[in-house]
Design a protein around this ligand. Structure first.
Ligand code: PAF
Length: 281
């Protein structure tokens, strides 16, 4: 596996692969890899000729009070895991390489940018959209793979590709869960043993909502109330939001027509966790 740290070197590598007619797949990550990331990597291996995984903890998607400084990092472990998966290139740029002096561009989404947690985390999605656009320009992938756990991120990236004509196929990968149903996340590493147990309230809340819909409830209010009750039952978990939303626009719905997204975010100790499920009638 080649480790590339400089943008110029990455351009050169991408150009030579394209000239040789090879399809490049990119899996963008912020490192501290877990089985969820490795599932994306394995998926990526099947989708092209050369696989690039980026490991870059992107400062612009963290708010001033958020955990950029303490975000878990273990580059050596990430490198070994990726080598084991026979990844071709690990792109690991420094912050200065991605945001050189004077950097000031930012990509905002008018409507998608304003839903769910936008009010509490105004800089997050512009930070994500901007860094992903840069990664697309630097790595020049034919295909890029993102997890569906951050559903809003996936929609924003699909929108970015359409609106700004990036010639990239965006693939969403289903949420990868632990045996007890908790969605895999690098931030799960923040949880103490008790908090980890309390976190099971999140998948329980999702299952409760799914069951209600299966039994015929289509009004959003009782579905939200049931999920909320499950979360509020756990004293260690505090709810940021739980919403039933349109699958494309993420606008809140009063009633499910055919399908909708149940999205939720909670705080447990130092961790902010998100999860979602598609509710189908
Ligand atoms: O999902 C993530 O890990 C990050 O938001 C991403 C897409 C790598 C951009 O920094």
């Amino acid at each position: 596996m080649e480790i590339i740290e400089r943008v110029q070197a990455m351009y050169g590598w991408a150009e030579s692969q394209r000239q040789a007619g090879r399809r490049i797949v990119l899996v963008p990550t912020m490192g501290f890899l877990h089985e969820g990331h490795l599932c994306l990597v394995r998926d990526g291996k099947q989708r092209g000729d050369r696989l690039v995984v980026s490991v870059f903890v992107n400062p612009t998607q963290f708010g001033p009070q958020e955990d950029f400084g303490s975000y878990p990092r273990d580059f050596m472990r990430d490198r070994d895991l990726l080598e084991n998966e026979r990844v071709d290139v690990l792109f690991h740029p420094s912050v200065e390489e991605i945001y050189p002096d004077g950097f000031q561009a930012s990509i905002r989404m008018e409507r998608l940018g304003a839903v769910l947690c936008a009010a509490q985390r105004p800089a997050h999605f512009p930070g994500v959209a901007t860094v992903v656009a840069k990664l697309f320009n630097i790595v020049r992938p034919h295909t890029a793979i993102f997890g569906e756990k951050d559903y809003k991120q996936l929609l924003i990236i699909r929108r970015l590709v359409r609106d700004l004509n990036f010639p990239v196929e965006v693939v969403g990968h289903p949420i990868v869960r632990e045996a007890d149903g908790l969605a895999m996340s690098s931030r799960n590493a923040y949880l103490s043993v008790q908090e980890r147990q309390a976190a099971q309230a999140v998948p329980r809340a999702l299952r409760k909502a799914e069951l209600l819909v299966q039994k015929g409830t289509l009004e959003a209010a009782p579905i939200v109330a049931a999920a909320k009750a499950e979360i509020e039952h756990e004293p260690l978990v505090s709810l940021d939001y739980v919403k039933v939303c349109d699958l494309e626009t993420l606008e809140e719905l009063d009633r499910i027509r055919d399908a909708a997204l149940l999205a939720l975010a909670v705080r447990i100790g130092k961790a902010r966790l998100i999860d979602n499920t598609v509710l189908k009638r």
